[in-house]
Design a protein around this ligand. Structure first.
Ligand code: NAD
Length: 452
């Protein structure tokens, strides 16, 4: 099939490359010419394991192409995917500016029958708006070209995106059009080898399914974070509780990790957008409101522990805190809504200096931190280091923020020698408190007994 992917970010580039890998010809379009220039030069603008070889293989075979030219992109396709960003608006709703701009660009140019597929995460009713926008452009041009708008939300996880796309748990297709449904079945057949994975439904249900999935995952995280805080005052260990409940198949082991609150490009904005939708329809989601509130509070948890350890915010002035990990989770360079950014801003506000190391996200972190702090404050207060050991050099304490593999088993004796304040704040409960303490360090986890 001939596919056009509008939006060549984390979702568009991965989906486009995977569709190409099974034999389709995919043209990826983006309005960001820097990204397209990089891709045409054989460079990958984001960090995603395995993406470089996948893109190179399919580009070399002529099945994966990149452009900024909408005329070419619309003329190319039988199916057009919308994979543009849907960031949060000021009131929490999903900002549909990019989706509707892309829909207009399609309507202004289409000459032949098309299936338009919403892959971006969009509120219920957006497929109708996309349909109306395209129809209005066609009408302006006096054209009557048949088209359908389908909802096909994406469930891939950054860091494991290719595996998720190639071997999905499920493929949700919301469609009210028989021809479009048939095309979608055909397109996705290689990714399921049987149709059991493809769950067909109406468009509105498909749009809501994506928000429901992310809201459920956010619920598990906030539930465990709240329970962790209780465990801590009770002298229980949330890690033991996690294993104790996760072995129940009705609960399952995933997404039960206490930590510093959920971040990333999806959960925070999707929870906000679903809350806004519920308020707009006077059907408030009280549970989800609480989940968001718990998460906001949890983002402060590590800073609170650091401050208490040193004897209050005033005592933090002049201290240096090392951070291991900056990206919102391992195996990605995505810094959107990363808990590290909250911690860094709190530390700097208390007069600390920060020395941070991340295996891949330093460039993106530098860009974001300079944006929020300004060049001068960034240069004065933040050092981005080339290695984990460089970061702890002359630091008073270490905060483990992202559970990258290379941080899993450090030499604690060496850490005890390097850290002036001999304290570890484990924001991901990655370490065995007993091992850390044996090395003469103080251990502070999330929802685990306090240790000196
Ligand atoms: P992204 O910011 O990485 O990529 C979006 C791209 O769209 C950008 O490159 C941007 O330049 C481009 N764009 C914006 N307006 C455009 C236009 N009018 N025409 C063409 N290109 C345009 O975003 P992402 O992380 O890939 O997310 C895309 C969508 O997928 C969002 O709705 C997101 O919620 C959803 N989603 C993301 C993930 C994820 O893990 N990142 C997972 C599932 C779903």
């Amino acid at each position: 099939m001939k596919i056009t992917m509008i939006g060549t970010g984390y979702v568009g580039l991965v989906s486009g490359a995977c569709f190409a890998d099974v034999g389709n010809t995919v043209l990826c379009l983006d309005v960001d010419s820097r990204k397209i220039d990089m891709l045409n030069a054989g460079e990958i603008p984001i960090h995603e394991p395995g993406l470089d070889t996948l893109v190179a293989r399919n580009a070399a075979a002529g099945r994966l192409l990149f452009t900024t030219d909408y005329n070419r992109a619309v003329a190319h396709a039988d199916i057009i995917f919308l994979a543009v960003g849907t960031p949060p608006d000021e009131d929490g709703s999903a900002d549909l500016r990019h989706i509707l701009a892309a829909a207009r660009s399609i309507g202004e140019r289409m000459e032949k029958q098309l299936v338009v597929v919403d892959k971006s995460t969009v509120p219920v009713g957006t497929a109708d708006s996309v349909r109306d926008t395209i129809a209005a452009e066609l009408k302006k041009r006096g054209k009557n070209v048949p088209f359908a708008v389908v909802s096909n939300p994406e469930f891939l996880k950054e860091g494991a995106a290719i595996e998720d796309f190639m071997r999905p748990d499920r493929i949700v297709v919301g469609s009210d059009d028989a021809h479009a449904t048939k095309m979608m079945r055909q397109l996705y057949a290689p990714f399921g080898r049987n149709h059991e994975k493809l769950i067909e439904m109406d468009v509105r249900s498909a749009e809501l399914t994506k928000y429901a999935a992310n809201a459920m995952l956010a619920t598990r995280i906030s539930f465990m974070n709240e329970l962790a805080n209780l465990a801590e005052v009770l002298g229980a260990d949330i890690e033991s509780v996690r294993m104790g409940i996760g072995s129940d198949p009705r609960i399952g082991p995933h997404f039960l990790y206490a930590g510093m609150g959920y971040g990333g490009s999806c959960f925070p904005k999707d929870v906000k957008a679903l809350l806004k939708t519920s308020r707009d329809h006077k059907q408030s989601l009280k549970l989800l409101e609480a989940i968001e509130n718990v998460n906001e509070a949890q983002k402060n948890i590590l800073f609170g522990k650091i401050s208490r350890h040193f004897g209050g915010d005033a005592a933090l002035r002049g201290k240096t805190v090392a951070l291991w990990g900056l990206s919102f989770k391992p195996n990605t360079d995505d810094m959107r809504e990363a808990p590290s950014l909250v911690l860094i801003s709190q530390l700097l506000a208390a007069g600390c200096k920060v020395r941070a190391y991340d295996p891949v996200a330093s460039n993106e972190a530098r860009r974001q931190l300079i944006g929020s702090l300004g060049e001068e404050a960034f240069a004065r207060d933040v050092t981005l280091c080339d290695s984990a050991w460089d970061a702890v050099e002359d630091a008073d304490a270490l905060a483990l923020v992202t559970e990258w593999k290379e941080f899993r088993s450090p030499d604690f004796e060496r850490l005890a020698g390097a850290l002036r304040g001999r304290a570890i704040f484990d924001g991901r409960n990655l370490y065995d408190p007993a091992l850390v303490m044996e090395a003469g360090l103080t251990y502070h986890g999330i929802g685990r007994p306090g240790h000196n």
